[in-house]
Write a protein that binds this ligand. Structure first.
Ligand SMILES: C[S@@+](CC[C@H](N)C(=O)[O-])C[C@H]1O[C@@H](n2cnc3c(N)ncnc32)[C@H](O)[C@@H]1O
Length: 453
């Protein structure tokens, strides 16, 4: 199944069926929003905005929104992206209310849903309203045909709790180029079917507003397939904002499908970093026959957000060394395996740390930064350092702020004491192994890229 750039062949059954990779995609979205929403409010933003450029109908499968809501929705990711975002925000408001944290601090949320298909807009409007009613919000103001504002029924609700929803029956490109985006922090989810509706100049315009984080679906299978058709080149040029992209179709035998797709995604992420100055992270989704379908590309400018997204992708990946999820693997196992709780912090990530810092004296915060911003899928855990100390690869641990009479317990690295760690030098044998490992990583084409090189 491949969709050309013009979206004409969109199957009407799309929202009736759901594939494991779709669930994995929306799980990453949900997990990230669950950290982004509180973080934005706690850093003193009175308002946040979630923008969904290709919103869909909000519900998958044959059940209605009421049935799903009444079942207690244990897995929010079963909903479509707009409802996931709405529920994450409303659940956060509930938590804040329960803990009395927001007293005196107004909070509100804006949702902008863009959807080209009239029928989907109708369904989405219905689903959003049902969801707000279920969470005990009442209509406060109908601004116009496209925008409505809801408030909590509970008048004692601390803070504001205002939720404004704008559902535009329009094209993503047109909305971004013509309409204004709010000035508060924006999380933009851009999830098209093809590639012709997300040209780089539109993405640049979106990212030019301050405080925008982008989570974009780069339809690598479609780009790969349609690059053989010269008539499609203009749209691909627009996607990359240049006419030089890896043209792998001319030499199909010399380059395998996976390498072709990896090259395209890396090139796209490179262009995104070049035009927006952001960090990027990529996560590859594969089909039932294990071929690349699309890559989720995250772009932002903030260390915390980057770290959080890496954590979310790390939980969903099926591979120790790449950000990847394949329906083929799900079918092979006969079920959707539960997402990982954590990585093995004694494994490759500990090797990576020792490889990078052997023979050096380095602050804890720099080790953490190196792990987060590396091209690897690893996330930082202190268990890795504990393990390296246990096996004798850490020679010495000192502290910038030890305080008076404080005695360190082996294997602990308290942040407030600012640990400085000295790693022993690598043996000749270890040096050779590290060299080989680095070559291996280049060959497989890591899915995680950070800096503009
Ligand atoms: C992949 S689906 C979105 C799924 C949704 N993000 C979710 O996770 O539930 C793409 C949606 O974009 C809509 N669409 C197609 N072209 C569009 C355009 N140019 N602008 C806005 N929406 C568009 C389609 O009708 C479809 O509902």
């Amino acid at each position: 199944m491949a969709y050309a750039g013009n979206n004409q062949s969109l199957p009407s059954s799309f929202f009736k069926t759901d594939k494991p990779h779709g669930l994995a995609k929306r799980t990453i979205l949900k997990k990230y929003l669950q950290s982004w929403v509180p973080r934005m409010y706690y850093t003193n933003n009175p308002e946040i905005c979630y923008l969904d450029g290709f919103a869909g109908a909000g519900v998958y499968g044959s059940k209605t929104i009421s049935e799903l809501l009444q079942s207690g929705y244990p897995n929010i990711e079963q909903f479509g992206s707009p409802i996931i975002a709405l529920l994450v925000v409303l659940d956060h408001f509930d938590e804040v209310k329960a803990s009395h944290q927001s007293i005196g601090r107004p909070r509100s949320a804006k949702f902008i849903f863009i959807e080209k298909d009239k029928d989907n807009v109708k369904k989405l409007t219905h689903n959003v309203k049902q969801c707000l009613q279920h969470k005990k919000y009442m209509l406060h103001e109908q601004v116009d045909d496209t925008e409505f504002i809801y408030r909590p029924e509970d008048e004692t609700y601390p803070g504001d709790g205002r939720v404004s929803v704008k559902i535009l029956n329009d094209e993503f490109k047109r909305v971004i180029l013509v309409r204004l985006i709010p000035l508060c922090p924006v999380f933009a989810f851009v999830d098209p079917f093809g590639y012709s509706h997300t040209p780089m100049d539109v993405i640049r315009k979106l990212m030019s507003f301050s405080n925008v984080e982008l989570f974009l679906n780069f339809m690598v299978q479609a780009v790969n397939r349609w690059q053989k058709d010269k008539q499609k080149h203009k749209a691909i040029n627009d996607l990359f904002s240049c006419d030089e992209w890896p043209n792998v179709y001319d030499n199909p035998k010399e380059i395998e499908h996976v390498k072709a797709c990896t090259a395209l995604v890396h090139e796209y992420a490179y262009h995104l970093r070049y035009f927006t100055g952001c960090f990027t992270l990529c996560f590859c989704m594969k089909s039932e026959n294990n071929s690349d379908l699309y890559s989720l590309v995250f772009a932002n400018n903030d260390d915390y957000g980057f770290k959080n997204m890496k954590e979310c992708m790390n939980r969903v990946t099926q591979d120790e060394n790449l950000f990847v999820f394949s329906d083929f693997k799900v079918n092979e196992m006969g079920e959707m395996a539960p997402f990982r709780n954590d990585q093995d912090s004694k494994g490759p990530v500990a090797d990576f740390i020792f490889n990078k810092f052997c023979g050096k004296r380095v602050e804890l915060k720099d080790i953490e930064k190196a792990v987060i911003l590396s091209k690897h899928v690893y996330i930082f855990r202190k268990e890795s350092l504990k393990h390296l100390e246990e096996i004798g690869k850490i020679e010495k641990v000192e502290f910038k702020n030890p305080g008076k009479n404080w005695v360190r317990k082996k294997g602990t690295f308290p942040d407030d004491k600012c640990p400085i760690i000295t790693f022993r030098s690598a043996t000749q044998e270890e040096g050779l192994i590290f060299q080989m490992q680095n070559i291996g990583i280049e060959d497989t084409g890591s899915c995680c890229q950070t800096h503009l090189q």
